[in-house]
Design a protein around this ligand. Structure first.
Ligand code: SF4
Length: 587
């Protein structure tokens, strides 16, 4: 079928063998690629109730029908598994340059099954898999590992157009439940612990090499569409904003809206925001905008610290979410110090949002006398030390490495812990942006900001942030459209540019499917229902769609989100999704 390779690669790490399978075309028509295809495979292949770190948990890399094409925002891959952090569905996406190499291997999905007997590096080519001894690389930080794997197994030789590696760091090797998969040094499939599952399988990294291109329904039409899209979209205000300031622009915007989570979720305004803003980043560091392949938005910031104890430190970032986690929640008031903590997390291969949340949580535990260690807000060196302890699972680090739910139980702090389904939220204060409360409550992977990116309509005036009734309708509209983004695997920062009409065109030009908007929404809902059934099978109940007490701990706010307001939004959300009162989709 056009738009797809029609091939799945199944790698059995226990036996060191692999198979290439060709699924029925009907599967692609129903679930498209990326998220839809991978969710279907995960549902089919994972035994119910499997331990996320057991060999039987499948780890799936997927591409979508825009992969490797000229479509803007298409250089991305997704990873799907059962999360060791939440115990539910896990998905995470990353950009950079390496996704083109993954795509060029010519598989719609690559499924890692079983567990290797010893550390392993996989080399995947269009015709199959080579298994390499991974022991020399085990223990390396992510930057060193990526360099080493590219040097030993990469290169574009033997006629391959594309080559690149994804790796895990020491945190994932040691079973820290929020380990990431990294590529291009700083691009991470970062949330809900896919790297930890890769580590449990003893796979240090995967080198992808290939020269395949997917068959397209209308290659000339696609080329013309990409050209005219660029001409029309390149001057859109959202493009200019991302290019000029990157995601750190949100520090100023969210702080002005009292939506910048601060002091471990106690406040929505940060006094030192100007020291950690996009403007501060550009003033204190040498910054060059940096783009994934096939992108004219260039939201990345390649930053080099100019002065001080971290002078010379080079990083792509910090992104807004890392600034919020360390600058807001932990009250670190220097952009260079945030870059330093970001660098530590990246090298160790840990999700920065979770890491920042846990550091702030440790401060609260310390201030409340729940732990013997002394942690204070803003103490960068103590946080740096703690991150190392988490990665090595030493002392208090071992408690935090098991995730917020475990630490909260252990320290009797469940009343203040801020998470949903075990995942800590991103940097949007739900009291100021009430739709983000609904987003955190209902996202299939825990307290996620990305499934609907609902901060966008709330911050931009498309809908009042304080509105409760009638909010779920727009929320679902965003969620469904971005589900289609994820089945294609498109960068969601193109969400203002690819509306339903453009998505219809893209699917027609790539696959030949002439889906109307209603049909695409039906496909999105099929995917949402499928993942919901997966989560229900893994033990999710409607109680998991609530915001725990820690979300309501802030005091002195005007018009805060209340549990009753969440109930209203939730009931509306279930009803519009076609789910029953307990959150079950129809059979
Ligand atoms: S907008 Fe940013 S994340 Fe998205 S494709 Fe461009 S550089 Fe990559």
């Amino acid at each position: 079928m056009n738009g797809f390779y029609g091939r799945l690669l199944k790698i059995n790490l226990s036996t060191g063998k692999y198979t290439i399978e060709c699924p029925d075309e009907a599967l692609y028509r129903k679930y498209l690629g990326g998220k839809g295809l991978a969710a279907y495979l995960l549902n089919e292949l994972n035994p119910a109730g499997v331990d996320p770190l057991a060999p039987e948990n499948n780890l799936i890399f997927a591409t979508g029908p825009v992969g490797g094409t000229r479509i803007w925002g298409s250089c991305r891959y997704g990873v799907f598994t059962k999360s060791p952090q939440t115990g539910f569905y896990c998905e995470s996406y990353a950009g950079g340059k390496v996704p083109e190499a993954i795509d060029a291997t010519g598989f719609d999905a690559i499924i890692l099954q079983g567990k290797s007997r010893q550390p392993t590096v996989l080399e995947i080519q269009p015709d199959g898999v080579y298994f390499h001894d991974g022991r020399p690389f085990w223990g390396m930080d992510t930057y060193a590992a990526e360099d080493a794997l590219n040097e030993h197994f990469g290169g574009k030789g033997a006629g391959f157009r594309r080559s690149g590696a994804v790796v895990i760091g020491p945190a994932a090797e040691n079973g820290v439940c929020f380990g990431v998969i990294e590529n291009d040094y700083w691009r991470s499939a970062g949330r809900t612990g896919p790297g930890t599952v890769m580590g449990a399988k003893q796979v240090k990294g995967i080198v992808f090499k290939g020269d395949r291109t997917r068959p397209l329904a209308d290659a000339d039409g696609l080329k013309a569409f990409a050209r005219s899209f660029h001409a029309e979209a390149k001057d859109h205000p959202s493009v200019g904003a991302y290019k000029e300031m990157g995601t750190p622009m949100l520090v100023k915007i969210n702080n002005a809206a009292a939506a910048f989570p601060t002091r471990y979720w106690a406040e929505g305004v940060c006094d030192h925001w100007e020291k950690i803003s996009a403007e501060a980043l550009h003033a204190r560091c040498d910054v060059t905008p940096r783009a994934c392949l096939k992108c004219f938005m260039a939201c990345g910031r390649l930053s080099t610290v100019k002065e001080g104890r971290h002078a010379g430190l080079k990083i792509e970032g910090p992104e807004y979410e890392t600034i919020y986690a360390f600058g807001g929640l932990c009250l670190v008031d220097s952009i260079e110090e945030i870059a330093y903590l970001n660098d530590i997390c990246d090298r160790l291969g840990m999700d920065t949002i979770t890491a920042g949340n846990l550091c702030a949580f440790a401060v609260e535990a310390s201030l409340r006398g729940k732990i013997g260690e002394a942690y204070a807000y803003g103490d960068v060196d103590a946080f740096a030390d703690l991150l190392g302890k988490i990665a090595r699972r030493e002392g208090i680090g071992d408690i935090l490495a098991r995730g917020i739910r475990h630490a909260a139980r252990k320290w009797d702090l469940e009343d203040i812990a801020v998470h949903v389904k075990g995942l800590e939220p991103a940097g949007y204060f739900h009291h100021a942006l009430k739709g983000m409360g609904l987003a955190y409550a209902t996202s299939d992977r825990g307290a996620c900001h990305l499934r609907a990116t609902f901060y966008k309509p709330e911050l931009s005036g498309m809908i009042s942030p304080g509105q409760i009734e009638g909010k779920a309708e727009m929320f679902i509209e965003f969620e469904d459209r971005l589900t289609i983004f994820d089945t294609f695997i498109l960068c969601r920062f193109y969400r203002d540019l690819y509306l339903w009409d453009q998505l219809k065109t893209i699917i027609r030009l790539t696959t030949g499917l002439d889906y109307a908007e209603a049909e695409m929404k039906a496909r999105a809902r099929d995917v949402s229902d499928l993942i919901r059934r997966f989560n229900l099978r893994e033990g999710l109940t409607a109680a998991d769609d609530r915001l725990p007490g820690g979300f309501y701990q802030a005091t002195g706010l005007d018009n805060p989100l209340t549990p009753e307001e969440l109930e209203i939004m939730l009931a509306e959300y279930y009803r519009l999704r076609g789910w029953d009162a307990s959150g079950k989709p129809p059979e």
